[in-house]
Design a protein around this ligand. Sequence first.
Ligand SMILES: C[S@@+](CC[C@H](N)C(=O)[O-])C[C@H]1O[C@@H](n2cnc3c(N)ncnc32)[C@H](O)[C@@H]1O
Length: 199
Amino acid sequence: MNYWDNTNPIYSEFAKQEGATGAQQLGWNDEACQARCFDVLMGLATDFSGPLTGKTVHDAGCGYGDLLARVRGAGAHYIGSDCMEASVQKARQLHESADFRHLNLLVQPVPEADVTVVCGALAFYPHDLVERMLQRFWVATRETLVFTSWWNVPPDWDNYKPTKQVQKSIDAFLRKNGSRRRKVFDYGNKYEIAIALSR
Ligand SMILES: C[S@@+](CC[C@H](N)C(=O)[O-])C[C@H]1O[C@@H](n2cnc3c(N)ncnc32)[C@H](O)[C@@H]1O
C-alpha cells in the first residue's frame, strides 16, 4: 500500500465485493454496525462540545458521506474528505449539496473544524502514521476530536497485525494531548473502540 498517494488497495477490494451494500463496500460488517458507531461518535462529540448547532464538523475519511445526515440533523455544518477519488465522486452523487473534498489527510492540509470525526480512517496504517495523522487532526480541531481504532485484536487475526504498537502510539498521543478531557468507549464492535478528546 502506498500511503503517500491516493491508492488504498484494501478499500478498493472492499468496494468490489459482489452484492455488497454501501457500508460493506467501506469495510463495515453491515449498516447496523456503521450506525451504532456513528451514534457513539456523535454522542461523544456532543458530550464534549455540547450542542453542535452552528458548529463545523469535519468527517475525516468520509467514504460515501454517510455521516452527513447525523451532522446536519444536529444543526452543524459538514465537511467530508477522503483520499479515494471514487468515494468522493460517489459521495457527491449521493449528496449533491454537501462539501466533499478529495484529500489525502496524511499529506494535504486537514480542514479546520470545531469537531473532527475520524471513523475508520486510521485502520490499516502502521503505528507511526497513526500517530502522525492524529497529531494533524488534533491541530486542525478547535474543540473535540473523536476517532475509532482497532483495539486488542487477537494476534492471529489476518487483517491486522501491529495492534499493540498502534495502541501504544495512541496512548502516547493521548498522554501528550488529552490531559483535559478524554473518554474511551467500547461500542460493541468486536476489537474496535471509539476515543474522544477535547480541549
Ligand atoms: C472504513 S472507511 C469508513 C468511511 C466512513 N467514515 C464511514 O464510516 O462510513 C475509512 C475511509 O477512510 C479513508 N481514508 C483512509 N486513509 C485516508 C487518508 N490518508 N486521507 C483521507 N481519507 C482516508 C478511506 O479511503 C475510507 O474511505
